[in-house]
Design a protein around this ligand. Structure first.
Ligand code: BES
Ligand code: MN
Ligand code: ZN
Length: 493
């Protein structure tokens, strides 16, 4: 059952619920609005605060057991000393939702004293993230041992009308993230290029978008020799999927979102080492992020034109596979010497960037799990943001901060271009280990013709190798939030 969200204006002491989670800041005092509830709990809330059992630290929780009726369980959740933002609210709500899942309460009320519309958005996105899972491939325990999944979240708000739009944005964004995370968690034998066609068709149908699907033949007709060389080693049909959301005036140039969709990346002939290779099922999170963003944009009916383009295949070694030294020609005519078949994402993106030109983009933004180097450089806490256009980069960086998916600007200086010069072709597909994320971005820039372009390297941020406390190990939802926020802001201009 999908998780449903609602807003309600009510006193915390008037509720009849299996669980009320109250989100409090560091070193809290008992809010006036909780005095009556505290009385119902015989003063336990005030006492636990006075004793400093609960101090409101980030991720801190304390459960108080209530009676048969009314608030049957009370969960205090700390949000720490940082200012209340969409991101801090998101984290606390995710912690609450994970606790609700462990208790099996099925329903939960959330009360964040002082919540504004931005934090309401955060509560929705966080509660959805904290209760997300991909149980499809695991046998479930027998009915009697099962804990109910969280099915309904009600947020207390003084002015429900003022928060209605925030609720919708939160729901749309989390539905988009759910789509992306599901694709990301699906193993490579379940998530194939065809999965992106199916998800794309479903989004197109539900939101009245135009969809274009290309396979090997159509891409060959367009001379996409760069994308197609990556697909040489797989028997799967590679797919290019384009979704067009026409929410703006017919003559408005669209925002174009582009995603790398490698359903699995073995490295190809330049094969990767075995340890942790299974992680490479996540190499489609850029494309999943585009799909998730198109879902949210469609749900919100944003008054702007947006095109989402994904390129999907699987990078495999085989007798037919592309090999080091081969030279391929991209659809803009440029030739590429393949140095390392494991630098395949940029080869797919090259032809997508050329394809994007036909939509006459106002701006194109790609997201890709492009380089291991960005994982080394920025780790899991910042998206690598690359652009030769400072204003465009700043706009994307601002969207990332607002969405709780912060990025960090990286240089794209000409000096680095030396590293991808080739003796036999127009360029090489790798520039060595030094500045590996930057040379990858400079490679992409070679296929951009006449529109602002921002590249997001999400290799470190789209998938977490460890439990982050607020969300489990696995796909994080990045870059869906950044895309949605960017498009929302553009739609308001
Ligand atoms: N999908 C990988 C990037 C990646 C590697 C993400 C490790 C997360 C962890 C990409 O296709 C890749 O293999 N890149 C190579 C490029 C190199 C051969 C120039 C890399 O980063 O090692
Ligand atoms: Mn690779
Ligand atoms: Zn890859």
């Amino acid at each position: 059952m999908p998780l449903s969200f609602s807003l309600r204006h009510d006193a915390p002491d008037a509720l009849d619920t299996p669980l009320l989670a109250i989100i409090l800041p560091s070193e809290p005092t008992l809010p006036e609005t909780l005095a009556a509830l505290d009385a119902q709990f015989n003063g336990a809330i005030a006492r636990t605060i006075a004793r400093r059992d609960f101090r409101g630290g980030k991720d801190e929780t304390l459960l108080l057991v209530g009676g048969e009726r009314g608030v049957q369980r009370l969960l205090l959740v700390g949000r720490g000393s940082a200012p209340l933002t969409r991101t801090t609210a998101r984290r606390a709500a995710a912690i609450a939702a994970r606790q609700a899942g462990k208790l099996g309460t099925g329903a939960m009320y959330l009360y964040l004293p002082g919540a504004d519309p931005a934090s309401i958005e955060g509560l929705v996105i966080g509660a959805a993230a904290g209760s997300w899972s991909y149980p499809d491939l695991q046998t479930q325990p027998p009915e009697k041992d099962r804990r109910a999944r969280l099915a309904s979240v009600t947020m207390l708000a003084d002015d429900t009308a003022a928060n209605r739009a925030a609720l919708e944005v939160g729901i749309a964004t989390s539905e988009g993230q759910n789509i992306a995370k599901r694709l990301g968690q699906m193993p490579g034998n379940y998530c194939t290029p065809e999965s992106f066609v199916e998800v794309g068709q479903d989004i197109a149908l539900r939101h009245g978008m135009q969809i274009t699907v290309l396979g090997r033949r159509e891409m060959a007709d367009l001379q996409m020799g760069s994308f197609l060389c990556v697909a040489q080693g797989t028997t799967q049909e590679p797919r290019l999927v384009a979704l067009e959301h026409k929410g703006g005036p017919a003559d408005q140039q669209p925002v174009v979102l582009i995603g790398k969709g490698l359903c699995f990346d073995t490295g190809g002939i330049s094969i990767k080492p075995a340890p942790e290779m299974e992680w490479m099922k996540f190499d489609m999170m850029g494309a999943a992020g585009v799909m998730g963003a198109m879902e949210a944009i469609g749900r919100l009916k944003l008054p702007i034109n947006v095109v989402g383009i994904i390129g999907s295949t699987t990078n495999m070694p085989s007798g037919e596979a592309v090999k080091p030294g081969d030279v391929v020609r991209a659809s803009n005519g440029k030739t590429i010497e393949i140095i390392n078949t494991d630098a395949e994402g940029r080869l797919v993106l090259a032809d997508l960037l050329v394809f994007a030109k036909r939509f006459n983009p106002a701006i194109a933004i790609d997201a890709a799990t492009l380089t291991g180097a960005i994982v080394i450089g920025l780790g899991g806490n910042a998206v690598g943001v690359f652009s030769t256009d400072k204003a465009a980069a700043d706009e994307v960086l601002a969207a990332g901060v607002a969405a709780g998916e912060p990025g960090w600007p990286m240089p794209m200086w000409d000096e680095y271009k030396e590293q991808i010069k080739s003796d036999v072709a127009d360029m090489k597909n790798t520039g060595g280990r030094a500045a590996g994320s930057i040379t990858a971005a400079l490679f992409l820039q070679e296929f951009v013709d006449g529109f602002p372009f921002v590249h997001l390297d999400v290799a470190g941020t789209a998938y977490s190798q460890s439990d982050l406390g607020w969300i489990p190990k696995g796909p994080t939802g990045t870059p869906v939030g950044t895309f949605v926020e960017f498009v929302r802001v553009r739609a308001q201009q």
